[in-house]
Design a protein around this ligand. Structure first.
Ligand code: PBG
Length: 342
């Protein structure tokens, strides 16, 4: 496509204007474009979120997320090994228990599905990858909220912190390298850090979902974790209208001892990613989470033939990295790692 043969002999008028600068020079060939690319994707920067469901004997496809499944314990082990072989930087686990209750008891049971799966993967994979777990109660509560409720049905911040502390300790004991505090309770990073230290899990890090917005793009995740949620999470997750508030949330998490911080979702919040990346007071690694709805939007449009799937995937991930996220959580991690290695 670099050398165009004229298709018409119609005479072209002499140029009326000759540009002094020609940025197109550097776009002429794939080799030139590769040389001057400012952002590169590397499998090591990609983290694969994975779902494991108690009682399954084989993977169960998630219809709202074509290509993503709820795993059985065995299929999780196989998919995790495949991701590690492809070179992904880490795995983020979500558990779906059979029994749910008001306080999310299964989140803190050593043999609860999430903790059992962490043990499986730690024993299979040793230190060959970074094992992370979602530290939030919504997959485990019968009401589907990220915390425990007051008698009137509000999410009780400080009572929830106690459960997060127990959950963090259970995940650390099960082998998590990093616990992903995603519930947006005030003080959750400090609370979990203190509990980990008190139980001598000094090397277990806190991966803080620091700026997490109340997004409609979490829609497909509801099916992914069989969520029972009535209502929404707007009393604890951030209002999409707010930008400065994100700086406050991130500053708090860093001050509370977060080892990494995350912005979530990614694609509608690239300004927030850039703000945090540019903030000189944030001196920990920055991640962004390309969430379920962002995944399904692209899969859905590609399925209808409206966009080129593979190019759209790479463009979306490149854009998140370009905005300033060093690490990207994406359901395409294994597939894209394969492309990048090929
Ligand atoms: C909380 C949590 C959610 C997601 C990750 N952690 C759900 C929510 O906050 O509503 C969403 C991830 C996605 O949509 O891909 N447990």
């Amino acid at each position: 496509c670099e050398r165009f043969r004229p298709v018409t002999t119609t005479p072209v008028p002499a140029p009326a204007f000759v540009p002094a600068d020609r940025p197109r020079r550097l776009r002429r060939t794939p080799a030139l474009r590769r040389l001057v690319a400012e952002t590169r994707l590397d499998p090591a920067d990609l983290v694969l979120p994975m779902f494991v469901k108690e009682g399954l004997t084989e993977p169960l496809p998630i219809s709202a997320m074509p290509g993503v499944a709820q795993h059985s314990r065995d299929s999780l082990r196989r998919a995790a090994a495949e991701a590690v072989t492809a070179g992904v930087g880490g795995l983020m686990l979500f558990g779906i228990p059979t029994v749910r209750d008001a306080v999310g008891s299964q989140a803190t049971e050593p043999d609860g599905i999430l903790n059992a799966a962490l043990r499986d993967l730690r024993s299979d994979l040793g230190d060959s990858t970074v094992l992370m777990a979602d530290l939030c109660l919504d997959e485990f509560t019968d009401h589907g909220h990220c915390g425990v409720l007051t008698p009137s049905g509000a999410v009780d911040n400080d009572a929830t912190l106690v459960r997060y502390q127990q959950m963090g300790v259970a995940q650390a004991a099960a082998g998590a390298d990093l616990v992903g505090t995603s519930g947006m309770m005030d003080g959750q990073v400090a609370a979990v850090r203190a509990a980990l230290d008190a139980e001598n899990h000094l090397d277990t890090g806190v991966f803080a979902y620091a700026a997490k917005y109340a997004s409609a793009f979490y829609g497909p995740f509801r099916e992914a974790v069989d969520s029972a949620l009535q209502g929404d999470r707007r009393t604890y997750q951030q209002d999409p209208a707010n930008r400065r508030e994100a700086a406050r949330e991130v500053a708090l998490d860093v001050a509370e001892g977060a080892d990494l911080v995350m912005v979530k979702p990614a694609m509608s919040y690239l300004d927030i990613v850039r703000d945090v990346a540019n903030d000189p007071t944030v001196n920990v690694p920055l991640a962004a989470y390309q969430i379920s709805g962002e995944y399904s939007m692209i899969e859905g449009a590609a399925d209808r033939g409206w966009i080129d799937r593979d190019r759209a995937i790479l463009e979306s991930l490149t854009s998140i990295r370009r905005a300033g996220a060093q690490i990207v959580l994406t359901y395409w991690a294994t597939e894209v790692a394969g492309w990048l290695r090929a």
